[in-house]
Design a protein around this ligand. Structure first.
Ligand code: GLU
Length: 305
């Protein structure tokens, strides 16, 4: 086995759009166990980038739930809302290298132009590439994605390929309302926190090539990725605040933790439900096997949703 160049460092990066639910617990448990089993560090980063989508107090509630559930994170929690100056600097670097442009298109214009050009829904047709919006006009900043063909090997999902330019188009780095895009913030923070391993839900699999494209353009290393199956409700939708997933119960962590472990294919013994939180974690860390994870993008979890 070859030596890893750096010690393992993983992270859990919730968005404070509501309290933690079973779906987010699965990502927290998977990333935590994968890190701890390899004697790695595990960081928590609050992705509070988008105030209109956030719920007051949710960030504090999330941290409290993590603590009650027995997660122990390394170092202080990073808050993306405190990182704007750094994102501006990175954006300026990309701008100076001629890798961005101003886009004044509305969603409707993008959809209409895409339809005329026969592009799949959502792909940016490149309208402002050659004729960017003026500085005075309300505009987003997009990344020039020319030639960004990305291929990576996900530890669970296998080889993933995406031609970012054709399949996504030039994507937004800073929105017209001034907010930074998730793709930019996550690429910058994963690099600056020296994350070696990203373990998260498969709903973000499609975003990973955009993050890798940014890593390449910014000279950042690419971490290893493992995209876990996401928990689906009876209608086949991802558990989320939008699909009204219930909040976790802080005062009764063991049943949900046990279910999360079971969901992740780890075969926890029933006795863990009767014991202490410490013995649960001891068992879970020492028995974690990434090879036992179900290689699926989503799994129904009736009974927990
Ligand atoms: N903040 C994102 C979310 O809650 C996760 C980002 C990530 O893990 O890269 O969906």
């Amino acid at each position: 086995m070859s030596e890893r160049p750096q010690p393992y460092r993983g992270r859990f990066a919730p968005s404070p759009t509501g309290p933690l639910h079973f779906g987010s617990l699965v990502a927290a448990v998977g990333s935590y166990l994968d890190a701890r089993q390899q004697n790695g560090e595990w960081l928590v980063r609050m992705e509070d980038l988008d105030p209109p989508r956030e719920v007051a107090g949710a960030g504090t509630l999330i941290l409290k739930t993590l603590e009650r559930f027995g997660f122990e994170w390394d170092g202080p929690v990073w808050f993306q809302s405190r990182r704007h100056e750094r994102y501006i600097e990175v954006l300026e670097t990309l701008q100076h290298n001629g890798l961005t442009y101003r886009c004044g298109c509305s969603r409707k214009q993008i959809a209409e132009q895409g339809r005329r050009m026969g592009l799949p829904y959502g792909v940016y047709p490149g309208t402002c590439r050659c004729a960017p919006a003026s500085v005075q006009q309300k505009h987003a900043i997009r990344l020039l994605s020319e030639g960004q063909q990305v291929e990576f090997s996900d530890r669970l999902q296998g080889i993933i390929r995406q031609d970012v330019e054709r399949e996504v188009g030039d994507f937004v780095l800073r929105r017209a309302d001034g907010l930074f895009a998730y793709q930019l913030a996550v690429a910058v923070d994963d690099a600056e926190q020296r994350i070696t391993d990203v373990v998260r839900g498969s709903d973000l699999l499609d975003s990973t090539p955009r993050q890798i494209a940014l890593q390449r353009l910014l000279g950042y290393p690419t971490p290893d990725y493992l995209h876990l199956p996401v928990a689906l409700n009876e209608q086949g939708q991802k558990l989320s605040k939008q699909t009204l997933a219930p909040a976790l119960q802080d005062d009764d962590p063991l049943p949900a933790l046990w279910q999360a472990l079971h969901f992740l294919g780890q075969n926890p013994p029933a006795e863990l439900l009767e014991g202490e939180l410490e013995s649960f974690w001891r068992w879970a860390i020492s028995h974690w096997q990434a090879t036992a994870l179900p290689r699926k993008l989503g799994i129904p979890c009736s009974g927990v949703s």
